[in-house]
Design a protein around this ligand. Structure first.
Ligand code: PLP
Length: 401
């Protein structure tokens, strides 16, 4: 198989597995237990926390381990809103008395192209009365920064939330500038960095970011492990209350093996990011040139800065799902969009937000590369693609709902 679906997930790195095995096989103790094996498990968690902090250039106490990107995003958004409500700075929209007191409703300023992990958390908060502003993008997927700033100026703004790299198109948002806009207004910024970490150098000691989401399985780490960076001084309410774990910010017995895997994977990914990016970009651009040479093809976000590994090609008059299935039969694994929405017949909201028509957006295929891809693999896909696209274009299109 030629695997070009790294934005969905990546294979576990053998060294990550090796680091996890002792906790899976030998030391099963609860890290909260006070006996020797428990302390050994706790020491493994502490070491993983240090690894993560060193990789991201932050302090170990600023790391909250979670079950992955979705949980970290949910914790960032809900945790920030609940903390702001608790201080009395904004009204509790669920409480009529609080609303009547004249305080503004809490407001989140986010974007129209976020991953469903952020999108879903926003929708849930919106149903409870939180005001959510989704700032749009232009035809290349670039954020309207003036609109983002203006939305932050309204009363009640408690959080900005923007992804670093888009999971479907790879388009990068200007994290540093957005952080500066937020800081100038005293509003914290959350960044979903799931598709950014390991593909660029990230320095939390320099970036004006207060909350940052990482997921292990996009970095050759295990599924079910991730973290939320919470800058010191940032008020955050636990979304999963319970035990004292994670300094009261996330209750529940820690996934010790997963966390150790995350630490190893994150250290490896961050250390290798600078060297890897140009190699991956060369392969991605090679594939992109081959796709773009097929008549009636456009590359989503080609005019914007993009993360090194992602290519979203839109083939006019072609059904993306059929193209995916045809490539799959030939041993090439790709995606039509975010894994969470694949299998649905509705076109990608990200591409619609970029102004593509629903018909055109249905012709999108995402190729996302990883460090295991070779030039021979890319050349093979480049060779197959024109023929497969022509075949799918000639095929009767499946009924759409
Ligand atoms: N955020 C982005 C940008 C993603 O691409 C993903 C996964 O595709 C997630 C969040 C969710 O991460 P997880 O699968 O770890 O819950």
């Amino acid at each position: 198989m030629i695997y070009l679906d790294a934005n969905a997930t990546t294979p576990l790195h053998p060294e990550v597995l090796a680091a996890m095995l002792p906790l899976l096989r030998d030391n099963f103790a609860n890290p909260s237990s006070v006996h020797g094996p428990g302390q050994a498990a706790r020491a493994a968690l502490d070491a993983a926390r240090e690894q993560c902090a060193a990789a991201l250039r932050c302090a170990p106490r600023e790391i909250v381990f979670t079950s992955g990107g979705t949980e970290s995003d949910g914790l960032a958004l809900r945790g920030a809103v609940e903390a702001a409500i608790a201080t009395g700075a904004v009204a509790d929209p669920r409480d009529p008395a609080s609303r009547a007191a004249g305080r503004p409703r809490p407001r989140i300023v986010t974007t129209a192209v976020e991953h469903p992990a952020v999108g879903g958390a926003c929708e849930a908060l919106e149903r409870e009365g939180v005001d959510v502003v989704r700032v749009g993008v232009d035809g290349e997927g670039r954020l309207d920064e003036d609109a983002f700033a203006a939305a932050l100026d309204a009363p009640g703004a408690v959080l900005g939330s923007a992804m670093a790299a888009n999971n479907e198109t790879g388009v990068l948002f200007p994290v540093e500038r957005l952080g500066t806009l937020c800081r100038a207004r005293g509003v914290p910024l959350h960044v979903d960095a799931v598709q950014w970490v390991g593909k660029a150098e990230i320095r939390l000691d320099e970036l004006p970011v207060d909350l940052l989401t990482v997921s292990a399985h996009k970095l050759q780490g295990p599924k079910g492990a991730g973290l939320l960076f919470v800058r010191r001084g940032m008020e955050l309410r636990a979304v999963q209350p319970g035990g004292h774990q994670e300094r009261g910010r996330r209750g529940g017995t820690e996934n010790a093996a997963g966390i150790v895997g995350l630490g190893e994977a994150l250290q490896r990914a961050c250390a290798g990011a600078k060297a890897l990016a140009p190699e991956i970009v060369r392969l991605r651009d090679r594939l992109e040139a081959a796709a773009a040479a097929i008549p009636g093809t456009r590359i989503a976000g080609a005019g914007a800065a993009r993360v090194c590994n992602t290519l979203c090609a839109v083939f006019e008059g072609c059904d993306g799902e059929t193209l995916l299935a045809s490539l799959d039969l030939l041993g090439v694994a790709v995606s039509t969009g975010s894994a969470c929405s694949s299998g649905s017949l509705s076109p990608s909201p990200v591409l619609l937000a970029m102004g593509l028509s629903p018909a055109l957006a249905r012709g999108a295929v995402r190729f996302s590369l990883w460090s295991g891809n070779t030039r021979a693999e890319i050349d093979r896909v480049a060779e197959l693609l024109p023929e497969v696209v022509a075949r799918v274009r000639g095929a009767p299109s499946p009924a759409k709902g």
